[in-house]
Design a protein around this ligand. Structure first.
Ligand code: IMP
Ligand code: MG
Length: 183
């Protein structure tokens, strides 16, 4: 029996073992970089960042806190964000004086992250850095400084491992490329 996702899958871009190996490296690097700090707050951007957050935190060996934030772009089409970002759910934690690391699934135009960085820096964190699993540099409209990155990918629409295809298939353990004619 074919799996429901198979008709949308052109190819597996990053398999589960490759994802997990890279996330373990990122976790070790973050643990070392923040070892001498007195705080680390991971902020997961919902919903896409959730798989990455849970695997990343299992690979971070220093004490840390987590919090969640949900953002959406106004009038966002299937592919292009309009640049107008709205907060659907704000943090419960106070970021003032804390070392904050944003955990994102993918940076595309950069609109979402540029908005979030501006919003959080206004709340006086001790530091503010960005960790993204995927980066589509060729699609960038707004410049973004990335501190930790999993993989640079081509300009293809991808799904799985937190990223959705019409809100589904976030549970897949790999990153797949969407078959263009299937959507
Ligand atoms: P940006 O504001 O254009 O950088 O868009 C970032 C958001 O768009 C990400 O957090 C994702 O939710 C979504 N997105 C961008 N590219 C993809 C993709 O290839 N697959 C699934 N979602 C994507
Ligand atoms: Mg996202």
């Amino acid at each position: 029996m074919p799996q429901p996702y198979e008709k949308y899958l052109q190819e597996i871009l990053i398999d589960a073992d490759t994802l997990q190996a890279r996330i373990a490296e990122l976790g070790r690097k973050i643990s070392a970089d923040y070892a001498d700090y007195n705080s680390l707050l991971l902020i997961c951007v919902l919903k896409g960042g959730v798989m990455f957050l849970t695997d990343l935190m299992r690979n971070i060996s220093i004490p840390h806190e987590i919090d969640f934030m949900a953002l959406s772009s106004y009038g966002k089409g299937a592919r292009d964000s309009s640049g107008m970002v709205r907060v659907d759910m704000d943090l419960t934690a106070d970021v003032a004086g804390k070392h904050v690391l944003i955990v994102e699934d993918i940076i595309d135009s950069g609109h979402t992250l540029s908005f979030l960085m501006r919003m959080l820096s206004a709340r006086s964190p001790a530091s503010l850095k960005l960790c993204t699993l995927l980066n589509k540099a060729s699609r960038r409209v707004t410049p973004i400084q990335i501190d930790y990155m999993g993989f640079e990918i081509e300009d293809k629409f991808v799904f799985g491992y937190g990223l959705d295809l019409d809100e589904k298939f976030r549970n897949l353990p790999f990153i797949g490329v969407v078959k263009p004619e299937s959507v």
